[in-house]
Write a protein that binds this ligand. Structure first.
Ligand code: TRP
Length: 474
């Protein structure tokens, strides 16, 4: 099955370690920054319902596909697919290369701009802990000044990249597994504590009502497509991150259970973060939940300072955001490092250092505000990756898993379950062969504007005025 010696490339020592690493990858800025603001824009409860549907129907089947490909292939995404599609001859090899290279390139590019945004969260964390001379915490302009000051943005991005490279260099077991096993439970504890805190100090009831009472009037087709796209993004799908982590897994009889757990925990974090953030937003008279992308970096700090112990709470909160972004960035770098280690036999530290340095360079170009034509490199890369490369990568992985990998391999995660496993396996194969590719293709067509004329005929969702440029516009 596996071509390389598994112990030489590293392993997760425990299933819990794998689970926490995968949850760490999934839980990121997507959950804490993006989910709340798109939910706010699309009016809350109804959007949440659609999102849950997308997670179960498209996210979960693809998540299982990625993990099982990694587990059975036992290598980086390209190597794993090549091994598993051997029987399909040239066509199998071609799709493996296409899918693998796409994933490697996409995760490389994504890490560059993700690290810049993550750098902003590092800044806000440091800022909440200690004062920064001449700047007043809670002033909404801080975000604009910081993110557009080349030096500050570059320093923060550099610190964050060093943290990421450091952990990946330490290896799968001593670096990634150790960190995620420690951080993820802390992250959950912080979120739970924050929920209790806002329960006493802010409008938790109103926030929960907003999240869970569906109002279908704001729900157009673009909300559905947005939900589908986000289901992909939030579960770290389409870039081989879950394939790579799956390749360090020892047993496959928990892949189903783990996939469900990853999707549930990821959703739980998004909902909890949303509940906390909206509780704070509703506490202030006249503020709307549809504040847009600036919700996390402009609205929240301004609100925190007015709350009891606000400075401390802000520090804890931004610490949590840094954790979440860190464990996601690690998995992005690991896709590339696994590729370099498995395909080119590079020592891990050389791969992590070398690739990390290249990503850092590209990130610096984003941080100092390099523009390509009309758009900034930061926004351009984000658009390219989130809108196109990610769904296309997901489509390719679904096709490879559904049509090229032998059922003996792809269904192996179901085989330990008696009777029900067989039916579940059939259902999964149907979803991954037909439903996922069709739905993902619809998202891709929507991204390239194929439905624009039709969507325009519908009522557009609430447009926000005077809002800052979306820092990770998707
Ligand atoms: N899931 C991450 C988040 O919610 C972002 C992400 C998308 C990602 N694709 C990824 C992370 C691939 C790691 C690997 O923020």
């Amino acid at each position: 099955m596996s071509e390389s010696n598994p112990s030489a490339r590293g392993n997760f020592a425990s299933n819990f370690g794998f689970l926490m690493a995968a949850v760490g990858s999934a839980v990121g800025l997507g959950n804490i920054w993006k989910f709340p603001y798109i939910t706010g824009e699309y009016g809350g409860g109804a959007f949440v319902l659609v999102y849950l549907g997308c997670i179960s129907l498209v996210g979960l089947p693809l998540l299982y596909a990625e993990v099982i490909i990694g587990r059975r292939g036992g290598r980086d995404i390209l190597g794993a697919l090549r091994t598993l599609t051997r029987q399909s001859g040239r066509l199998g090899t071609a799709i493996s290369y296409l899918t693998g290279m796409m994933a490697v390139v996409a995760s490389f590019l994504m890490l560059a701009f993700y690290s810049v945004v993550a750098g902003w969260t590092v800044y806000f964390f440091v800022f909440s802990v200690g004062a920064i001379p001449g700047v007043e915490f809670g002033n909404p302009d801080v975000f604009d000044t910081m993110s557009t000051t080349a030096r500050t943005a570059t320093i923060c991005h550099t610190v964050f990249m060093l943290m990421t490279i450091g952990v990946v260099t330490l290896g799968v077991h001593s670096g990634i597994e150790f960190l995620c096993k420690t951080l993820m439970p802390v992250l959950f504890a912080i979120l739970a504590a924050m929920l209790v805190y806002v329960g006493f100090t802010a409008e938790l009831g109103q926030s929960l009502a907003f999240l869970f009472q569906p109002d279908f009037s704001k729900l157009g087709s673009s909300a559905v497509l947005e939900a589908l796209g986000h289901a992909f993004f939030t579960l770290s799908l389409g870039m081989g991150a879950m394939v790579t982590y799956g390749s360090y897994l020892k047993e496959e009889n928990r892949v189903i259970r783990d996939s469900v757990a990853i999707a549930l925990l990821d959703t739980a974090v998004a909902l909890l973060a949303g509940a906390v953030i909206f509780a704070v937003v509703f506490a202030k008279e006249g503020l709307e939940p549809s504040a847009g992308p600036g919700l996390l970096f402009r609205t929240l700090p301004a609100l925190f300072v007015e709350m009891p112990g606000g400075r401390f709470v802000a520090a804890v909160f931004f610490g949590l955001v840094v954790f979440a972004a860190w464990s996601s960035a690690i998995s992005l770098l690991e896709v590339n490092v696994a590729y370099a280690v498995d395909e080119f036999k590079l020592p891990r530290w050389v791969a992590a250092g070398g690739i990390g340095l290249c990503v850092w360079g590209l990130g610096v170009a984003c941080a100092i505000g390099v523009t390509v034509g009309e758009v900034t490199l930061q926004d351009g890369l984000d658009d390219l990756v989130s809108r196109y490369l990610l769904p296309i990568g997901g489509l390719l992985i679904a096709i490879a898993a559904g049509w090229f990998v032998l059922p003996a391999d792809s269904l192996s995660g179901f085989s330990h379950l008696p009777r029900i496993g067989h039916s579940l396996g059939i259902a999964w194969r149907f979803l991954i062969r037909f439903v996922t590719p069709v739905l993902v293709s619809v998202v891709i067509l929507w991204q390239v504007g194929a439905f624009d004329a039709w969507l325009k005929a519908e009522e557009p969702p609430a447009i926000r005025e005077g809002e800052l440029a979306d820092p990770m516009n998707e």
